[in-house]
Design a protein around this ligand. Sequence first.
Ligand code: SF4
Ligand code: SF4
Length: 112
Amino acid sequence: MNMDSEETIITIAEPSRKRRGDGPRKSAAARVISELCTGCRICVQTCPSNSITIVESELNYNGIAEVDESCTGCHICAIDCPWDGVEMVNPDGSRKGPAEYDRQLKRLRGYQ
Ligand code: SF4
Ligand code: SF4
């Protein structure tokens, strides 16, 4: 080991967890219904934006899912959650209904 050499510190930037663009949100965002979430982690694995993490909770030994600001509103977690533990919430606070989930599922599968 060369003791004379200066130590080089390499910093690897964390990917941004913020969504792109400023201003109010225009698309729906996923929201976890904490009472229904079992902490199964399926949504963590399927979210294409890495927007979901499992956090500790008194509600569940496994923890529960939490969605961050980088959510693009793609619906995938809401469709995939086996416990109906995710709802899609519009920017005005209203919730998307089953018909909109169905439409988005068809879009994701390329039927529409
Ligand atoms: S898939 Fe559903 S139940 Fe499983 S961690 Fe995600 S929100 Fe919770
Ligand atoms: S709606 Fe899409 S981007 Fe948002 S948390 Fe769910 S899977 Fe991730």
